[in-house]
Design a protein around this ligand. Structure first.
Ligand code: FAD
Length: 430
């Protein structure tokens, strides 16, 4: 067997395998499905995630579409607030919001790694200097096996519930007709029927509707039954229903992400309600964070102790993003009629809050916590732990305004004369 076994060929498993392969570490990717998963789920990734995909040679721009921004609507689809975004490249060299179809991304990732399909991992045992997967020997196992992870159970980790569970109907439609709608994300902020609508690609559209008690996806299994829900956006006849499914959106995080030689990544380690489109982004960040460290330890370039920094850095970051997603979910859906009234009064005035527009549209995520590989001062601001704009070096690299003039403004704004950048683009010290 290869030194690293990746359990699960979803986007997280494929990305971490591609990142490791790029660093010269052989991986074996196993997936229990007989063929790649063709279900559309994620539709948005930010520019930080785009940069990770770019680093393994995935041409994400060829299958994505710059996001136009966000409109908050009332139950009658009247605009309460609007946040338009430019489709120009942001600080990492890519649009800050990117709409896409998850199966398209998985197809591109599959070209980067070899996957053995039809193999279900049912046994993992640790033996000090190695680990056995279905009886075969490996140095490390990466559990990228999704929400119901077997690997998570095998290492005795548990999901902590962060207090969110809502049933939603997810509808994917293809059409070459012009639906005559604004191309950004529409969030209907209404307790009785919260909803989301967005254009995902040239001919792809996504609606999500919160299900009421007693309703199921089967109640909306064909276009005739869906018409009353989507009619406020379109009455176009030329629609083709790709699929309709029910999901329970949850907020959960595993209590431990590593046990000796076994790690959890992606949905196996955390579940984020999709309101801010960050669940898969978190999985890709896990992959980028762990891959270079594991490769360096495997080659004897760094001590094994640095592998502890994976959970120390990633878990608080994911927790913050989950909190943000819950907050947006609550702002859209909670509070009954009083909530609806407050939204009608407050949302049209959001533009008056200084700096809010930039905060809503900014794709920059929080800095990573202090660790052996994030050397931040305790009480003052620093670039350490943040993502360097558009730079993921092959090895830990020191940058200055002289050596990298493109980064001069960023260094100056961060009050740094030099910064040490890790291969995942995170600033180690500034
Ligand atoms: C409706 C919806 C909308 C979403 N929107 C967004 C969005 O806009 N942006 C975003 O970033 N995220 C979004 N997400 C979340 C995103 O889709 C997931 O976070 C992402 O698919 C997780 O990828 P993964 O590779 O970690 O897990 P998965 O995609 O679940 O892959 C796990 C793989 O492991 C395999 N497997 C499982 N058990 C075993 C085993 N024992 N042995 C071998 N193989 C195994 C499975 O077959 C599967 O292929 C959304 C999710 C939903 C449901």
């Amino acid at each position: 067997m290869a030194p690293v076994v990746v359990v699960g060929a979803g986007p997280t498993g494929l990305t971490v395998a591609a990142l490791l392969a790029r660093r010269g570490v052989d991986c074996l990717v196993l997936d229990r499905r007989p063929a790649p998963h063709e279900q559309p789920r994620a539709v948005h990734l930010d520019d930080e995630a785009h940069a990770i995909l770019n680093s393994v040679g995935v041409d994400f721009a060829s299958i994505s579409w710059p996001g136009q921004g966000l409109r908050l609507l009332d139950a009658n689809l009247r605009v309460l607030a609007e946040f338009r975004r430019s489709s120009a490249a942001g600080r990492h060299g890519f649009p800050e919001a990117n709409m896409f179809d998850q199966p398209d991304l998985e197809r591109l990732l599959h070209k980067k790694v070899t996957v053995v399909h039809g193999v279900e991992v049912t046994e993992i045992t640790q033996h000090g200097d190695h680990v056995r997967v279905n009886g075969e020997r490996a140095d490390y196992v990466l559990g990228c096996d999704g929400a119901n992870s077997f690997v998570r159970k095998a290492i005795g980790a548990r999901m902590q519930d962060l207090g969110f569970a809502q049933r939603w109907l997810v509808v994917d439609i293809d059409s070459n007709a012009d639906l005559g709608q604004w191309d950004g994300v529409h969030q209907v902020c209404d307790t009785r029927r919260a909803a989301t609508y967005m254009r995902v690609g040239r001919s792809r559209y996504r609606w999500e509707f919160r299900l009421r008690d007693g309703e199921t996806a089967d109640d909306y299994r064909d276009l005739d039954r869906l018409r009353p829900l989507i009619a406020p956006w379109t009455t176009v006849e030329d629609l083709s229903l790709r699929r309709v499914a029910e999901y329970t959106f949850r907020a959960q995080i595993a209590d431990k992400w590593r046990d000796n030689r076994v790690f959890l990544l992606g949905d196996a380690a955390h579940l984020t309600p999709p309101f801010i489109g960050q669940g898969l982004g978190a999985g890709l960040r896990d992959a980028a964070n762990l891959a270079w460290k594991l490769a360096a330890v495997h080659k004897g370039e760094l001590p094994a102790s640095v592998l502890d920094t994976y959970q120390i850095e990633r878990r608080p970051h994911v927790r913050t993003m989950i909190r943000l997603a819950k907050l947006l979910g609550a702002a859209m859906t909670e509070g009954g009629e009083v909530g609806n009234l407050l939204r009608r009064v407050l949302m049209p005035r959001l533009h008056l809050v200084p700096g809010l527009r930039n905060r809503v549209l900014s794709s920059e995520t929080p800095a990573l916590r202090r660790s052996e590989l994030v050397l931040r001062p305790r009480f003052s601001r620093s670039l350490a732990g943040t993502l360097c704009p558009g730079f993921m070096p092959d090895r830990i690299t020191v940058v200055t305004a002289e050596s990298h003039p493109r980064l001069a403004d960023w260094l100056r704004q961060g009050k740094a004369r030099a910064a040490v950048i890790r291969p995942d683009g995170i600033v180690l010290q500034a």
